[in-house]
Design a protein around this ligand. Structure first.
Ligand code: IPM
Ligand code: MN
Length: 349
């Protein structure tokens, strides 16, 4: 029995999660797997009422589940940082989801903003370190509020943390079995402590994977290649901050936030799957947001649970709909409402 914890969260989160759950129900019926869900109300509304983000007992409870399905976290009435660190980052860190896996795959060239790029040109995966770096929250103010103020934000990288991420990327690249090319994306020319460790570790681990071709690109150059020659990439491994930045660009070249999904992975624990776009306050409650990113996140969740056939069916159905039905992947321009897109996936599964 798969036990799935569902955190719809804020903004459009509940709307897209509802569509994902419709697809889960249909997939379970078709492929015959048992599951149960429990809803958790972590998010802005609960925070505004009770002042609570996420407590240790909540984490303990979530550890009992097979996977977590998350909508979105963030609300215009709550100061930026409180919900993000108190809920989203707390979940990632305390469940030790040390990988953020973000596939960048173009399903329909009509939705690609790059000229002349086809689905086979935009098909790579970013393995983002998800537990350290600048996200560790280390730093301090000196002389706060004075003209001499200094704000220090530390990028914290451990050999163990870097190595487990790089190893995951090599293994993933081998298993993906496509071009078998792993690119390290960093900034060795300026961030000479952090990226020295990353590069040394990458070179050492690479020796154990003679079947994988390795490469290196600075993060600024990586953004250039995403636009110019995305076909050069197969798997990319990078740190938390760079991974955050390049995957928003990745989302755009695969057709936009409406389709981009990701997984926060703990390979030996509880993983969490989410659409990578935010809570989209501007579209909330209008039945216009694209639920496909959340549906793709559900596909990744099913894959992790070992329901490979169901996962593949979900992805194939999304591809079919994106190729043949949707006018656009953008909110309000799809030619269908949020709930209608969910229904389309269910009908075509
Ligand atoms: C993401 C988001 C988060 C991040 C925010 C909401 C904290 O941008 O998942 O990419 O920076 O990781
Ligand atoms: Mn981001």
């Amino acid at each position: 029995m798969h036990k799935i914890a569902v955190i719809p969260g804020d903004g459009t989160g509940p709307e897209v999660i509802a569509e994902g759950l419709k697809v889960l129900k249909a997939a379970a019926k078709k492929f015959g797997f048992p599951y149960e869900t429990k809803m958790f109300d972590f998010g802005a509304e609960r925070f505004l009422k009770t002042g609570k983000t996420l407590e240790d007992k909540d984490i303990a409870e979530l550890k009992q589940y097979s996977a977590i399905y998350l909508g979105a976290i963030g609300h215009p009435e709550v100061k930026p940082g409180i919900l993000e660190t108190g809920i989203l980052l707390k979940l990632r860190f305390s469940l030790d989801q040390y990988i953020n896996l973000r596939p960048v795959k173009l399903y329909n060239e009509a939705f690609c903003p790059l000229k002349d790029k086809k689905p086979q040109d935009v098909d790579f995966v970013v393995v983002r370190e998800n537990s350290e770096g600048l996200y560790k929250g280390m730093g301090e103010f000196e002389k706060k509020g004075t003209p001499e103020e200094v704000a220090i934000q530390i990028s914290y990288n451990t050999r163990k943390g870097v190595e487990r991420c790089i190893r995951f990327a090599f293994e993933y690249c081998r298993k993906r079995n496509q071009r078998k090319k792993l690119t390290l994306c960093g900034k060795t020319n300026v961030l000479t402590y952090a990226w020295d460790l990353w590069e040394r570790t990458f070179q050492e681990v690479a020796k154990e994977y003679p079947d994988i071709t390795t490469g290196y690109a600075h993060v600024d150059a990586t953004t250039m290649w995403f636009v110019k020659n995305p076909e050069w990439f197969d798997v990319i491994v990078t740190d938390n901050m760079f991974g955050d930045i390049i995957t928003d660009l990745g989302a755009m070249i695969q057709g936009g936030m409406g389709i981009a999904a990701g997984g926060n992975i703990n390979p030996t624990g509880v993983s969490m799957f989410e659409p990578i776009g935010g809570s989209a306050p501007k579209y909330t409650g209008k039945n216009v947001i694209n639920p496909l990113a959340a549906i793709c996140a559900l596909g990744m969740l099913l894959e992790t649970l070992g329901e490979t056939k169901a996962a593949k069916a979900v992805e194939d159905t999304v591809i079919k709909i994106v190729k043949t039905r949707l006018k656009s992947l953008a909110a309000g321009k799809m030619g269908y409402s949020t709930t209608e897109v969910g229904d389309l996936v269910v009908e075509n599964l």
